[in-house]
Design a protein around this ligand. Sequence first.
Ligand SMILES: *Cc1c(COP(=O)(O)O)cnc(C)c1O
Length: 377
Amino acid sequence: MTEGMIPLAAPLAQYRAHADAVRAAILRVLESGEYILGGEVAAFERAFAAYCGGGHAVGVGSGTDALVLALKAVGIGPGDEVITVSHTAVATVAAILGAGATPVLVDVDESYMTLDPGAIDAAVTSRTRAVIAVHLYGQAADLDAIMAAARRHGLRVVEDCAQSAGARYHGRRLGGIGDVGCFSFYPTKNLGAIGDGGLVLTSDASLAERVRRLRQYGWNEKRETNEAGLNSRLDSLQAAILQSKLPYLDADNARRAAIARRYDLGLAGLPLTTPKVRAGADHAYHLYVVACAGRDGLIAHLASRKISCGIHYPWPVHRQPGYAERAVMAQNGLPITERLCGRIVSLPMYPELSDTEVDQAIAAVWSYFEATNRATL
Ligand SMILES: *Cc1c(COP(=O)(O)O)cnc(C)c1O
């Protein structure tokens, strides 16, 4: 981060806002002598499951691993196909490959930029086993329609909640609606650790047990193995830190929503689209993403005004050489994904962002469009 810049996200500010709680948690683990799993991880798992409205939580090494382990635990492996979007973090698709399955990438809907449920029917084959609904930018995908399509075809529904911790859909927390929910605690996510972390949530006790075994070599309580697993445990230190920060998640998300409202009002009247909130969803605003023509010029202008922006994501997964060859793309292509990728801009968004800084960002966006209007007159 350049000095004096307003960053896109600010994990250091987040740490400072919770410094006493985080330091106390770290010291507690140091003095406990229990550095892998144990009481801290179990306590955080219970707290996070309760926060989400119930179910069983299993802490794992990262959000990507949460998806890999969830897919494996519902029985997905080589030869199986999993439907998801190309307009997502590559991690979603990396996880499908990590489970040994084939990603099938479909388009998003234009308004909400999440999986178009209408695309599922056409993408299903005899090998399709699951769909990953990505709650992109912090708001629910069209879950009712996705669940209905999944039921029609006998598919499992995995929720990718990496960007949507704490968000609700028709009053229920995301992650507990599909068969299994997967969370990331990457430091800039809505509930961020001081390192990597992830979690699998499910109401199915035997599924949770299978994830528990798979995260630790396949071991059961007697350290016997019936199937091969990996090593992907949530770190005890991270669990303690997350436990200390969980009580602030709702307030942090409310602050994000207040910032979003300020942006919505401040940017009204400009030739750009602001985020549209789905009926029945409350948006956790992991990111505040606008879309407009001339996106690259806007980003350059904002940088000159000391506002850092991002693009989530500049290259859809099917345009990424590392993934494109190993994924199947929907037959009619992904025209909406392609169009959106050239238009989206993520504005600074984190709970510690001040109203003054939001207003600076808004003013900088206005000055860009005023300047370009003058140029074209
Ligand atoms: C961050 C993210 C992940 C991966 O989480 P990690 O903890 O970085 O492995 C997966 N899916 C989405 C949509 C994400 O934003």
